[in-house]
Design a protein around this ligand. Structure first.
Ligand SMILES: NC(=O)c1ccc[n+]([C@@H]2O[C@H](COP(=O)([O-])OP(=O)(O)OC[C@H]3O[C@@H](n4cnc5c(N)ncnc54)[C@H](OP(=O)(O)O)[C@@H]3O)[C@@H](O)[C@H]2O)c1
Length: 315
């Protein structure tokens, strides 16, 4: 496993990291979830991403049970806040930040997280209130660094222009061969301001592994068939996306890598990407995905990928 520095922080994160949206504490049974986390550590993954809202605390609680078996300094732990935790608990106001960090730390059974992220931008709270409260969390030692997820370039610039507050070190956008929206503005503003990308759904929720065949039912046991986990994947089944993804098969085979490794190597070819956050429902998937670290794609391969996916890419 190779490691990259996360923005201007001193965190050296594994190129492949393990996320917990929909899976742990929710759609993946406990024993298999534990096996995925163990496999991740065995393969050198040192970076775990979660959020208070995943399973309304269930993902954090699961991680709070399994992670403390390990030396705290041996892994980098990130969580987030913003989405509703109850009728009244939501957003990025100062009282919410104070309340939600403590609740997350309690569930995670740790004194600090390495990275505390704003899961979205809060239009209803003045930005300086949010940034001051996040700075307080860092000063109290409850988080080492702060980041955001899915903020626009203008929102990022506004935060960077505030003085006497902690500076963001990470951005968490959706980014994959199929979803390239961050390339236009978010990556450039982050790259010139010491902010690294930790990207979500780098496999398009599994679609880029090639296992969803056009015109056929999704394979048994896959995310698309899961009542708890399948709600967000369907957009990739529209238009010609599944056909286009099959055109990547010979490219991966020619390089001697799996489809998942091709997709992950593709996001890691961008120097501003510090880590690709994968989801996994089985330890074998963690193993396959971890194998992407260190795979280099040359310009001809990147061009062949663009041609294969032409017309299906979201920018
Ligand atoms: N900030 C945000 O707003 C946000 C939003 C979403 C996610 N995230 C973060 O990003 C993480 C990853 O998101 P994601 O789960 O959508 O990522 P993903 O890696 O694109 O998709 C993961 C799913 O694909 C399937 N899969 C993974 N590896 C595979 C392999 N090698 N072969 C076949 N199938 C494979 C598995 O599902 P099945 O086996 O069930 O088919 C797995 O659960 C989340 O856990 C979370 O931490 C953040």
């Amino acid at each position: 496993m190779k490691f990259r520095r996360l923005g201007d922080s001193d965190l050296e994160v594994s190129e492949i990291s393990l996320g917990s949206w929909l899976t742990y504490g929710v759609g993946v049974e406990r024993e298999r979830a534990e096996a995925c986390v163990s496999k991740a550590f065995d393969l050198g993954i040192n970076f775990i991403d979660t959020a208070n809202v995943y399973g309304r605390g269930a993902a954090e609680s699961f991680l709070g049970e399994v992670l403390p078996r390990r030396e705290r300094s041996s892994y980098i732990l990130a969580t987030k806040l913003f989405f509703p935790m109850s009728e009244r608990d939501r957003g990025l106001s100062a009282p919410q930040i104070r309340k939600q960090i403590d609740a997350s730390l309690q569930r995670l059974r740790t004194d600090y997280v390495d990275l505390y992220q704003c899961h979205r931008y809060d239009e209803n709270t003045p930005l300086d209130e949010t940034m001051s409260a996040l700075s307080e969390v860092v000063q109290q030692g409850k988080a080492r660094y702060i980041g955001f997820s899915e903020w626009s370039a203008d929102q990022i610039q506004d935060a960077l222009s505030l003085t006497e507050v902690e500076k963001f070190v990470s951005s968490q956008p959706q980014y994959s061969m199929l979803w390239r929206a961050p390339e236009e503005a978010v990556i450039p503003v982050c790259a010139s301001n010491g902010i690294g990308q930790i990207v979500w759904s780098p496999l398009g929720q599994g679609v880029l592994t090639g296992k969803y065949q056009p015109g056929q039912d999704p394979p048994e046991g896959s995310r698309a068939t899961s009542p708890e986990m399948g709600g967000f994947i369907k957009r990739f089944f529209e238009g010609d996306t599944l056909e286009a993804v099959q055109r990547l098969q010979p490219i991966a085979a020619g390089l001697g890598v799996s489809m998942a490794q091709l997709a992950l190597a593709w996001v890691l070819r961008e120097p501003n990407v510090s880590s690709a956050i994968i989801g996994a429902s089985k330890p074998e998937q963690v193993e396959d995905n971890a194998g992407a670290s260190g795979v280099q794609l040359d310009d001809d391969t990147v061009q062949a990928i663009d041609e294969a996916l032409a017309g299906t890419i979201e920018r």
